[in-house]
Design a protein around this ligand. Structure first.
Ligand code: ATP
Length: 369
């Protein structure tokens, strides 16, 4: 069953500097029961606004939202269920724990609001604290605890209500990298135990990849692609998604007389199969570790090593192709010196339309708001 459904959800804001802006443009998506689904994208792409509409903190301009089979926002019918009646668990970056309450009271608070009886509160708080490794800290005040422990309080407070859906908005961004990794694992463990559905908002792609069953990548208020982390990485449907996930190498090419040339070199064609729908100018995209680098007797485009950079687990070479420079990463056993002649060959690259400058300008403009 789909537990979170968005149909044609749109949100417009009137901003002081930019005038009207479509922060979320016709979002359609379904999150399945027990799934960990991430919203991923650069600053200003509409992730938090979408999450806030699901939570009920923000009304929609158009569209409808359904949670666990129940409509909670339908703009056309003016239906709007307030946040406290949506039955969601939430951990937000800015949703700090209450400093004037000890850990027990922090975790118990949502149950006290729901007027749950004292015996049940004690039992459920104990359980939630056990699962978030907080047992023994009941009387302690949050200011005496570490950042990780404080975030565990927020998690315990969210799971104590036994929600079916948990909204997590950059919950780990204030923690150091090591702790982030541990907490990621703990969140997944909690999900396995309680079988809730997670919607996780982050701009950190490796975090999203590690935690998600599926992810939505968005840009400038538009959904760019929804898929598993693996498919998004291996089969990105746009240059934007390609560059947003993992390291990318892009090469501008020109198609002429059935051959492919790197911009700036009309003498040496590249050994590439041209897709049927290619325009005259295209971008060939790949990962720095998916390019063959061979000696001058090998196969591929003839060039020279411009720069050699030793990385811990591989070596990086910068190699000119026409007027551009390609980044190639290979295992240490393949070794070249700067100035060595070499041949480079793309292995199954992706093809995208030539860069859209207007889109890039709009992206930068939005990030300034
Ligand atoms: P970040 O990662 O920086 O939080 P985001 O992807 O979550 O970014 P949103 O916060 O959803 O992006 O914002 C999307 C767009 O809507 C941005 O251009 C933002 O400036 C604008 N916006 C968000 N909230 C408001 C508001 N209350 N009033 C006016 N504009 C807003």
């Amino acid at each position: 069953m789909d537990q979170v459904i968005l149909r044609h959800v749109t949100k417009r804001f009137t901003t002081k500097t930019l005038g009207d802006i479509v922060a979320v443009d016709d979002f359609n998506l379904s999150v399945h029961e027990g799934e960990c689904f991430s919203f991923l994208g650069p600053s200003g792409c509409g992730k938090s606004t979408t999450l806030r509409m699901i939570a009920g903190f923000e009304d929609l301009s158009e569209g409808e939202i359904e949670l666990c089979g129940r409509p909670v926002s339908i703009k056309e019918k003016n239906l709007y269920v307030p946040p406290e009646e949506r039955g969601l668990g939430m951990v937000f970056q800015s949703f700090a724990v209450w400093p004037h309450m000890n850990v027990f009271d922090n975790v118990a608070f949502p149950l006290q609001i729901q007027k749950v009886n004292k015996t049940e509160i004690a039992q459920r708080v104990k359980e939630a604290m056990k699962h978030t490794s907080l047992t023994g800290l009941e009387e302690v005040f949050p200011s005496d605890l570490s950042g990780g422990q404080q975030q565990r309080i927020a998690l315990a407070r969210a799971i104590v209500t036994q929600p079916k859906v948990m909204l997590l908005d950059e919950p780990l961004s204030n923690l150091d990298p090591k702790l982030r990794e541990t907490m990621r694992f703990e969140i997944k463990e909690l999900q396995r135990k309680f079988n809730f559905t997670i919607i996780f908002v982050t701009h950190d792609q490796s975090e999203a990849m590690a935690i998600s069953d599926r992810m939505m990548v968005c840009d400038m208020g538009k959904i760019m692609q929804i898929d598993t982390p693996e498919n998004l990485y291996n089969r990105p449907n746009s240059r934007f998604v390609h560059s947003f996930l993992g390291e990318s190498t892009f090469l501008n090419v020109v198609l002429q007389d059935g051959k492919v040339y790197a911009e700036g070199d009309v003498e040496h064609p590249l050994d590439l199969e041209i897709p049927g729908d290619a325009d005259r100018r295209m971008v060939v995209a790949t990962r720095p570790n998916s390019i063959d680098l061979a000696g001058p007797d090998g196969e591929g485009y003839p060039t020279k090593i411009k720069k050699r950079i030793f990385l811990t687990d591989r070596t990086e070479y910068l190699v000119p192709i026409g007027s551009q420079t390609l980044k190639i990463q290979v295992p240490h056993r393949i070794s070249f010196a700067e100035g060595d002649a070499c041949k480079v060959r793309f292995v199954s690259p992706m093809w995208y339309p030539a860069e859209d400058e207007a889109a890039e300008k709009e992206r930068q403009r939005r990030q300034l708001v």
